[in-house]
Each structure stands twice: as structure tokens, then as C-alpha cells.
Design a protein around this ligand. Structure first.
Ligand code: NAP
Ligand code: MG
Length: 499
């Protein structure tokens, strides 16, 4: 439900909040055992919002210990799924009741427009948690064909202690994609938010408790740098569900190999191609979607349509439209309801994005729009929506994930060439194709090596029913949908001999 608050209302509301920055272990907010904290900074203006617990090994061990105890004790792991459903649904409802507070925390912490956090991030997280709650008492095991003297059961059991390590671009939403299925399935969970955006994860821990989740089942461990690694190396963590960069995903697999071979699920980066064929059914809609694909959420999207592949015959006309649509994304105060583009998550990421823009110039790409840092006087981190015409698709800006509002436009002449360009990537998270021809669209969809393919749209699919994840170095396993439950359960065969 869109909120009707003004900028002044949101600013006042933000100023009235007392922000919790402690970890949550065994049903209680606690400081890090070392007493250490770090500054939680708002990218809106560079201001320190609060101090956040800087957890380390002692806190990780404590959280894993209580999570294991809770799992073994069974109040959650062995509860009738109907009971878990009830708690999950209440948890989702409490998130909805605190939607404004959570939205403003997310906006302050991550620089996302309030119009997005109120309509996408927070309601999306509540919906996800509720969806898995509602699902869990409806999925059962199998009685499988076997020798006549046997009864063969195939069942799914919770894995045990699940650590969820998540990024900063959709802090609560990405967390919910893990928490939903992991908790519903009966696991104990330790959530490790990004140090750049820990606030909503910390806040919802108390809501989970209020909803009736037993102590120790849901724990939150903020920290800078080492918490994720310690969880991934821990001998008593059974599963590590990660969303973040491909680089860190590779490390996490190594940590699992160095420790207990915990199950590792990776949702990683992307460099998704958006292909516009000359028979694109609606230029206006396609240009609008292409702009949203790269400029929504400041381009800090794993599915960002960061490579626009456009047919030579329509290129100029399409770019004109796209430039027009891009003007709809101008950075401004994220707390203002009309803002379409907020701040880049932090100074480091802004410098990274600006570095790629420099590299684009140096590598011979032609700037079509944007290219600069803006709103410096705010003390925050803002970059204009930026587009390059890229004659050589092998240059860095057209290959590497920038995770910012920078689009590479690449020209093609034939469908085969478009597919080849699209698939020439280490990633395979998402792709899109625009065509009025049914055969072209279906053929392209089949040939594109990506976990999600959009036809005549981009970034559609708010429903939980679509599995989400990547081919190749975009990761393994899938978030969302009933398939996600597979990640958080072990499959057991039980064979009972009758004679
Ligand atoms: P990141 O640097 O990989 O960090 C992700 C998480 O891992 C953070 O919580 C981080 O904690 C933690 N971490 C960092 N180093 C670690 C290590 N050595 N061992 C264990 N954990 C470690 O990614 P990010 O910059 O937050 O997010 C951007 C990336 O996420 C992009 O590549 C984007 O494509 C990807 N992403 C993917 C999806 C998807 O579903 N496929 C969705 C959203 C984002 P600290 O913050 O404390 O360092
Ligand atoms: Mg922050």
C-alpha cells in the first residue's frame, strides 16, 4: 500500500526512531562480546545512523550453539508444520504492521527510494515469509514403488543450522528469500546482514520473537568482514545460503571444503542481456523496461539489464526513446516520495561505479548520457543514469558486473549474433528478448543460458512461484518457489521390511 507521507513527514518519522544496532541471539538483543561496534552510515548524506554490534568469533560460536540447541530441542524443528505456519504468518503480519518503520530504516541505511521500500522491499519480504508459512503444511513426502516386502518412504527433514549471508541491495527482501523457506522447513537460522545495511535484519528479529518463534531459532549477527567467513568455516553450521558477489561466492565454497562440506547455495552476480529485435512489439514499453532494467534501484540489481543488445536497423530510434525514459531517473533525496533514484550504497561503491565510467571512456565507448557524480553538497553518494554506446563488446564495462546505473549498448545484425553475444558471459542470471514473432521469441528463450528469461518484458515476476537463480557463475540452487525448500531440507529414504 503506497504511503501518503510527504518528505517532511518521512524526515520527521526518521528522526523519531530509536535505532537498534545490537545482535540478536537466543531471543535477546545483545552487544558483541568484545563490546566492539562499527558506524552504520546512511548513503543519503554520509551521516552515522547508529552504532552496530561488530560480532566476531565468540558471537558466532554463541549463536551457532543456541541455534543447534534449539534445533535439537525440537520446539520448532519438530513442531507440526501447522504451528510453524501460524508463527510465520504472524511474523509476516507484524512486518506489515511495522512497514513504515522498516521502509524508512531500509531507505536510511541503503539509500533506496522510499517509494520503493514501501511498495517493493517490505511488502515483498512479508509476502515471502507468509508464502512459505502457508506452503509448509501442504507439502509432504512420498511412498515410492518398491519390492512387495518393503514399505518405502521418501521424506524431507530440516537440515539443522542454516546460516544466511546476504547483500545490501535489497537487504530485507534478499534475507526473506532465505528465511522464508529455511525457517518454514524447521531449521534454526543465523542471519548475517551486510555491514552496509544491517538495520532491518536486526529489527525483524524481535518481530519474529513476538510472533512466537522459539528462542534460538532465529538469530541475527551483524559484523564487518569476518562473520560470514566464520559461519562458512564453522563445523556446526549445516548449510550456508549466500547472496552476494561471485568473488565471495567462490570463497564460500572453499570454506565449506575446508571445514565440514556444509551445503552451499549461491545466488551471485550477473551481466544480463536485454535483446531488442527489429520486430519488437512496442518500442515505448521496451524502452521504458530497458531503462528500469538498469536504473531501478540505482542499478544495484543482480538482474540488472546492463547489456542492451539492439538490432542495427532500430538502434537510433530505440536509443532516442531510451534517453527520454532515462530522464525519469534522476537522483534525488530517497526520503522524498516522488524520488525514482536514490543514493549508491556507499562511497566505495560509488568510486567503483565512477571507475567503470572512466574505463568506458578509456576503452573507446561513446557516452550517450550521464557519467557524473551529482548532489555532492548532500554529503551522500549519487551517480547519474549513465549510458554508453559500446562498439567493442569485449571491453570491461560490457563484460563485468558494475552494480551501478551504467548501461552498455551493443549493436547486432542477426539473431544468431545476438544470442552469441548474450551468452558470451561468465554469468547467466537473467536475459530478455523483445520480438513480435512467436518463433523468434521461443527460440531465443531456449538458446539463452540464464535462470530467468523474460519475453517482451523485464523484471516481471513478483510472484513467489518462479524459481530464481543463475546458470554458470551466477550461482547454484534457486531461491523462491517450492523448489527453494529443497535447499533447506535433507532427503531421506526409509525402507521398512515387512516380511
Ligand atoms: P558481497 O561483497 O559478496 O557481500 C555479500 C555478503 O557476504 C555480505 O554480507 C558480506 O559481509 C559477506 N562477505 C564478504 N566477504 C565474505 C567472506 N570472505 N566470507 C563470507 N562472507 C563474506 O556482495 P555485496 O557487495 O553485498 O552485494 C552485491 C553482489 O550481490 C552483486 O554481485 C550482486 O549481483 C549480488 N546479488 C545477487 C543476487 C542474486 O539473487 N543472484 C541478489 C542480490 C545481489 P560484509 O558486508 O560484512 O562484508
Ligand atoms: Mg548503510
Amino acid at each position: 500500500m503506497p504511503s501518503n507521507k510527504s518528505l517532511a513527514d518521512w524526515q520527521q518519522f526518521a528522526a523519531s526512531l530509536s535505532i537498534e544496532g545490537r545482535a540478536f541471539i537466543q531471543g535477546q538483543y545483545v552487544t558483541a562480546q568484545s563490546g566492539k561496534t562499527f558506524d552504520c552510515i546512511s548513503p543519503i548524506d554520509g551521516r552515522v545512523l547508529t552504532q552496530v554490534a561488530d560480532c566476531d568469533e565468540a558471537d558466532v560460536n554463541a549463536a551457532v550453539h543456541v541455534a543447534r540447541q534449539a534445533f535439537n530441542q525440537g520446539a520448532w524443528s519438530q513442531a507440526n508444520p501447522r504451528k510453524r505456519k501460524k508463527v510465520m504468518c504472524r511474523f509476516a503480519e507484524l512486518i506489515r504492521q511495522h512497514a513504515d518503520e522498516l521502509a524508512v530504516l531500509e531507505t536510511l541505511d541503503a539509500g533506496k527510494p522510499i517509494g520503493d521500500t514501501t511498495t517493493v522491499d517490505i511488502p515483498g519480504a512479508a509476502y515471502c515469509i507468509e508464502w512459505y508459512g502457508e506452503a509448509i503444511d501442504k507439502v509432504g513426502g512420498e511412498v515410492v514403488p518398491a519390492d512387495n516386502h518393503l514399505v518405502g518412504l521418501v521424506t524431507r527433514e530440516p537440515i539443522g543450522v542454516v546460516a544466511c549471508v546476504v547483500p545490501w541491495n535489497f537487504p530485507l527482501l534478499m534475507a526473506s528469500w532465505k528465511l522464508g523457506p529455511a525457517l518454514a522447513a524447521g531449521n534454526s537460522v543465523i542471519l548475517k546482514p551486510s555491514e552496509k545495511s544491517p538495520l532491518t535484519a536486526i529489527r525483524i528479529a524481535e518481530l519474529a520473537k513476538q510472533a512466537g518463534m522459539p528462542d534460538g531459532v532465529f538469530n541475527v549477527l551483524p559484523g564487518g568482514g569476518t562473520v560470514g567467513k566464520l559461519l562458512a568455516l564453522h563445523m556446526d553450521v549445516d548449510c550456508l545460503a549466500f547472496t552476494g558477489s561471485t568473488q565471495v561466492g567462490k570463497l564460500i565454497m572453499q570454506y565449506a571444503g575446508q571445514s565440514n562440506l556444509k551445503r552451499v547455495w549461491l545466488e551471485l552476480g550477473g551481466k544480463s542481456p536485454n535483446i531488442v529485435m527489429p520486430d519488437c512489439p512496442d518500442f515505448d514499453r521496451a524502452a521504458n523496461a530497458a531503462a528500469g532494467a538498469i536504473f531501478y534501484n540505482m542499478g544495484e540489481m543482480c538482474t540488472a539489464g546492463s547489456r542492451l543488445l539492439v538490432h542495427r536497423d532500430i538502434k537510433d530510434a530505440f536509443i532516442d526513446k531510451l534517453l527520454d525514459k532515462a530522464r525519469g531517473y534522476q537522483p534525488s533525496n530517497p526520503l522524498a516520495p516522488a524520488t525514482s533514484m536514490g543514493a549508491i550504497i556507499d562511497y566505495i561503491q560509488m568510486k567503483r561505479v565512477l571507475g567503470y565510467i572512466e574505463a568506458g571512456h578509456a576503452d573507446g565507448a561513446r557516452l550517450l548520457a550521464g557519467g557524473k557524480q551529482v548532489l555532492q553538497d548532500t554529503g551522500g553518494f549519487y551517480v547519474e543514469p549513465t549510458m554508453f554506446d559500446v562498439p567493442n563488446p569485449a571491453i570491461r564495462i560490457a563484460r563485468e558486473e558494475i552494480f551501478g546505473p551504467v548501461l552498455s549498448v551493443v549493436t547486432f545484425d542477426t539473431m544468431d549474433q545476438a544470442i552469441e553475444l548474450a551468452n558470451a558471459s561468465e554469468f547467466g542470471l537473467a536475459a530478455a528478448v523483445w520480438s513480435s514473432n512467436l518463433t523468434t521469441a521461443h527460440e531465443a528463450a531456449r538458446r539463452l543460458r540464464a535462470g530467468t528469461v523474460w519475453v517482451n518484458c523485464y523484471d516481471e515476476g513478483g510472484d513467489m512461484n518462479f524459481p530464481f537463480g543463475g546458470y554458470r557463475q551466477s550461482g547454484n540452487g534457486r531461491d523462491k518457489s517450492l523448489h527453494a525448500l529443497e535447499k533447506y531440507t535433507e532427503l531421506k529414504s526409509t525402507l521398512v521390511r515387512l516380511r
